[in-house]
Design a protein. Structure first.
Length: 79
């Protein structure tokens, strides 16, 4: 679904390429430390309560950030 949304948010092929490069590189950059952080928290706390609470907080932040991203508009239109 995320890859489909990239194609729906730009009007031209060049716009899709630029948006895809930005979104995918930023997404991978942000997700790389995730497994290491969750594993470290699990080892430090001795359980899954803290790592799962952190993931719930991060999910809530993603929902807040994702709501405006789901608006019906194209990035090439500007504001």
């Amino acid at each position: 679904m995320a890859l489909t949304m990239i194609g729906l948010r730009a009007r031209t092929g060049a716009g899709v390429v630029r948006l895809s490069a930005f979104v995918q590189s930023t997404g991978y950059l942000l997700c790389v430390p995730g497994p290491l952080l969750i594993g470290t928290l699990n080892d430090a706390t001795g359980g899954w309560h803290v790592p799962l609470a952190l993931m719930a907080v991060l999910m809530a932040a993603q929902i807040v950030a994702g709501a405006p991203a789901g608006r019906d508009r194209c990035v090439e239109d500007g504001d």
